[in-house]
Write a protein that binds this ligand. Structure first.
Ligand SMILES: [Ca+2]
Length: 316
């Protein structure tokens, strides 16, 4: 049966009304106007601003990126959202920290998600040519925390975990793309650490400059790391500017010598870790006495110019 034209118009009007009504509440859930530069939006898989608790379960944080990957505020729950100004209009920040350095417990404050079968919503990082991790970080510690997993009361971890995407076979520690501070030949350095092939070796791009200068205690700093799995290159940025550095591993850790295309393993990432390893909370490693905000996980190598734009967009 043919519809009367006027009925069709009425139906269209109703549909428009329905769409408008549906759009209004969704709009309130979107990131703020100063959060995501338009140049980055199409690549934004996951984005956490720590101002969007899951309704009914404030220990979970909503993903304002396209993937809808909720993360857990492990061990501290809603208390981990603290008022602090990382950038204009930034609202609450995430507090992570070691809780009891003398005990081999599982009480450190960290965040993330882990699934043994892979997190399907993070599929954008499977078979990926590139990845970018970025966000605001404020460190409150003077070096890696005491190692709570050994009998020795004075030994320390060799790294401070910031934020990263896990591999498809990760035990909660192994990563595809990670921002962290780690000991490189006896010296702690800000690094981008990447792994193309699950179970394969990682490459590390380490900053030349002293980590305490790059991340002054008590100061908000915007960091970004890019991972180009096709060319085997990584880059670091601080407050929108490239950071000089060097690769720590000789040879071909990403196995780029064979036939391409060279992308990450075709497996769903097992999750995201923020402020220490093992988001499934079965072990403590590399805790970060830090605050973080505006954490972004993108499925592309964001060009230097767009990273600078994103920094200025937030910092203005
Ligand atoms: Ca925030």
């Amino acid at each position: 049966m043919r519809r009367h034209p006027r009925a069709a118009v009425a139906a269209t009007a109703l549909l428009t009304l329905a769409l408008t009504a549906a759009a209004s509440p969704a709009q309130a859930d979107r990131p703020g106007p100063h959060d995501v530069h338009p140049a980055l939006r199409q690549h934004l898989v996951a984005f956490y601003d720590f101002d969007h608790p899951v309704v009914g379960d404030p220990a979970l944080e909503r993903d304002l990126g396209r993937s809808g990957t909720e993360i857990e505020l492990v061990n501290g729950g809603a208390a981990m959202r603290v008022p602090d100004r990382a950038y204009k209009g930034s609202g609450d920040a995430l507090q992570t920290r070691q809780v009891n350095p003398q005990a081999a417990g599982n009480d450190d404050w960290k965040a993330g998600i882990w699934s043994s079968s892979g997190v399907r919503t993070l599929r954008a990082f499977s078979g990926a040519e590139g990845t970018t991790v970025m966000g605001w970080f404020k460190r409150e510690m003077d070096g890696p925390a005491l190692n709570s997993t050994t009998a020795n009361p004075t030994d320390r971890f060799n790294a401070i975990g910031l934020a990263g995407v896990l591999t498809g076979d990760s035990d909660g520690h192994g990563v595809r793309a990670l921002l962290e501070l780690i000991d490189v030949s006896g010296e702690l350095r800000l690094v981008a650490l990447g792994r193309r092939v699950d179970g394969g070796a990682s490459q590390t791009f380490a900053a030349n400059e002293d980590w305490r200068t790059l991340l002054p205690k008590g100061e908000w700093v915007h960091l970004a790391a890019t991972y180009d799995f096709t060319s085997g290159t990584m880059a670091l940025y601080r407050n929108g500017e490239p950071v000089d550095g060097f690769y720590t591993t000789a040879g071909d850790p990403w196995q780029l010598n064979g036939p391409g295309p060279h992308v990450t393993s075709a497996t769903d990432s097992r999750g995201i870790k923020i402020g220490g390893s093992f988001p499934q909370n079965n072990l403590e490693r590399n805790p970060c006495d830090c605050r973080m905000d505006g954490l972004m996980f993108l499925d592309s190598v964001i060009p230097a110019g767009d990273i600078a734009k994103q920094y200025r967009y937030m910092a203005r």
